[in-house]
Design a protein around this ligand. Sequence first.
Ligand code: FAD
Length: 422
Amino acid sequence: MKNQVTILGGGIIGLFSAYYLQKQGFEVSILDQGDGSDGCSHGNAGMVVPSHFIPLAAPGMIEKGLRWMFDRESPFYVKPRLSLDLLRWGWAFYQAANAKQVDRAVPALRDLGLYSRQLYHDLNESLPFSFSYEEKGLLMICQKEATFDEEVEVAHRAHALGMEAQILSAEELQKREPQVEISTVGGVLYPGDAHLSPNQLVQGLQALLKEEGVQFLYQSQVVDWQRSGENITHLQVQSSKGLHWVPIDRLILAGGAWTGKLARQLGQFLPMQSGKGYSFTQAQPTNQTIGIPSILLEARVAVTPFGEKNIRFGGTMEIGEVNARIDERRVHGIWKAIQQFYPQYAIPKPRTDHVWYGLRPCAPDGMPYIGQFPSIQNLWVASGHAMMGLSLAPATGKIMADLLSGHSTPVSLDLYDPGRFA
Ligand SMILES: Cc1cc2nc3c(=O)[nH]c(=O)nc-3n(C[C@H](O)[C@H](O)[C@H](O)COP(=O)(O)OP(=O)(O)OC[C@H]3O[C@@H](n4cnc5c(N)ncnc54)[C@H](O)[C@@H]3O)c2cc1C
């Protein structure tokens, strides 16, 4: 059993880890409790966003979060509950949400984001299937002067980091989207961002990896583990075959919002909360095509056109337990924002059974966990990417392959250390 890697979790992070590990000559198995047909990596907004270099835990977020908690249609919500995990997570978030921490995080996120964006550019040329990748940039659209002022500051920060950001007046912004009326005071265009179809990407990678010999063990849930010294030797798995033990050479946790729970099962502390979000995909109204992916800033709604025909709207971050409930008031909040930002853009409110939900894996400081656990030699983690998992997936997968091969990584991993809260 040489150079064998088991990846727990077949979302986009697990898939890209498998892709690059397999290229480096590893024998790879992916183990997933689901059947690979849905999950957070499937129906997300598909944005590749090096422009998102400010972590979620930033100054002002706690104030905003508290205000939003009393609005059932708001884009961010922490469901209050008596839970030690939530308290620890909230405390770590509070400690990270300051200017000094953000100043440290910004260059690290920029480097990871730009690296991943470059890998997507290359993958678009090299992968043998289309995932509708387009480099059209990202428009940040503001309705209030105060938000516009904040966004202009972010644009200046982007310039200082060597990234392109174009500050647009309301008229200039409107010219970029000539077919739809936009109610705005101005915005910022990040020409370096891109977008793609996450559904096509996940399905394409699954098929390619199967063809190339990666083993997929679906509907297989890890329930226990065995350890010898500083190594995990076996996982006990519940599957259609019943309870059985799977031998382990090297193990990567890429279990999305469940990774904190998985780590706990393996005796590790990895604070993680699920951040539920919703999306719905519709046909674009005739002669009113939105062409550039956008974020409606005050509402935190993501708008992603898939070609000229279809469009996806996504939003809401409900921090809380893992569950499948769709909160219609928050879906209404997304739909209302679309009417407010595009007053003539007539799309019907989606039926609840047409709304998709996904659980973002959220680390408390807004930084993913990428690296090796301190106390177990053959255990790595790649998770906690929150609202940037699709964007950062190729970089994360490539870095996992580098780490397991003993190569140096092209970006510093200091701030992504999985042991930072231990
Ligand atoms: C509305 C919305 C819009 C978004 N838009 C964007 C965007 O535009 N750009 C972007 O970059 N990101 C976006 N995201 C975030 C992105 O979707 C996530 O960060 C990403 O999908 C996380 O991928 P993952 O592989 O870590 O987790 P997942 O896709 O959740 O995969 C984890 C897998 O682990 C499996 N698993 C868990 N526990 C176990 C266990 N015990 N045993 C076996 N298997 C297990 C699960 O079944 C699951 O398949 C969005 C998210 C939402 C909700």
